[in-house]
Ligand binder design. Structure first.
Ligand code: ATP
Ligand code: MG
Length: 233
């Protein structure tokens, strides 16, 4: 932890930003085996939210590992750092007021709990979604051919094959993607967010126009100045 750093507070609050945007930040954390459907469900959810005029953004493991986290491997230490950075990025985006979906295998309970703690400390809602799918189904899908490579030993530390996946003990939502359709899975999350009041149930254009910050009180006018101001001003 850096020393001699002091948080510099701004003048526009998170609440003010929420009023401006007409929405609040929340992180929807998708966890599950490779091929379980995290990316697919998050893409569908993004579309369903967009149709409701809710701005969301996907943080996807494969995409983030090509940029921000390109220096990280799949060792437990690097997986932890991967999750820590994503949690921090998600927290910042939620602070803006964006609905964030994350699609990371995030196999370790301890790491997911760290993600939850980072959000809790910032008073940002965190919804853990266990994208549950039997290993044999995920392996038969093998959309990127990764299981094949892991089975033949080309890829090491592959979750479900030679690295563990610790099932979330108490996720807010569990989706069995071997039973529900892609659209149904996204729908379950959307319904949860709506019922918990985390996103607005009403269409945004029906809502009152948002105001960013309260208008400042009129500056006091000096007695001498008052006489110069016309009555109609
Ligand atoms: N109900 C479902 N939900 C999600 N995906 C499904 C479902 N039914 C079938 N699929 C298929 O399963 C595959 C899931 O692949 P996807 O890339 O989304 O997995 P992932 O969890 O993001 O894996 P990785 O961790 O490797 O990125 C896709 O080919 C998708 O079309
Ligand atoms: Mg994916």
């Amino acid at each position: 932890m850096a020393t001699n750093v002091v948080w510099h507070e701004g003048l526009v609050t998170r609440d003010a930003r929420a009023k401006l945007l007409g929405q609040k930040g929340v992180t929807v954390w998708l966890s599950g085996l490779s091929g379980s459907g995290k990316s697919t469900v998050s893409v569908e959810l993004e579309q369903q939210l967009f149709a409701k005029k809710v701005l969301s953004y996907r943080l996807d493991g494969d995409n983030i590992r090509q940029g921000l986290n390109k220096n990280l491997t799949f060792t437990p230490e690097d997986r932890k750092e991967n999750i820590r950075r994503i949690s921090e990025v998600a927290k910042l985006m939620c602070d803006i007021g964006v609905v964030v979906t994350t699609a990371f295998i995030s196999p370790y309970t301890e790491d997911r709990d760290m993600a939850r703690e980072i959000h809790k400390a910032a008073d940002i809602p965190f919804i853990e979604v266990f994208v549950d799918c039997p290993l044999d189904v995920a392996e038969s899908r093998d959309p990127k051919g990764l299981y094949k490579k892991a089975r033949s030993g080309i890829i090491k530390n592959f979750t479900g094959i030679d690295a563990p996946y610790e099932k979330p003990p108490s996720p807010e939502i569990t989706l069995d993607t071997s039973k529900l359709s892609i659209s149904e899975c996204a729908g379950v999350i959307l319904t949860y967010l709506t019922e918990k009041g985390l996103i607005s149930a009403e269409a945004k254009d029906e809502a009152k126009p948002a105001k960013a910050v309260e208008e400042p009180a009129a500056a006091p006018v000096a007695e001498a100045e008052k006489e110069k101001v016309p009555a109609t001003a």
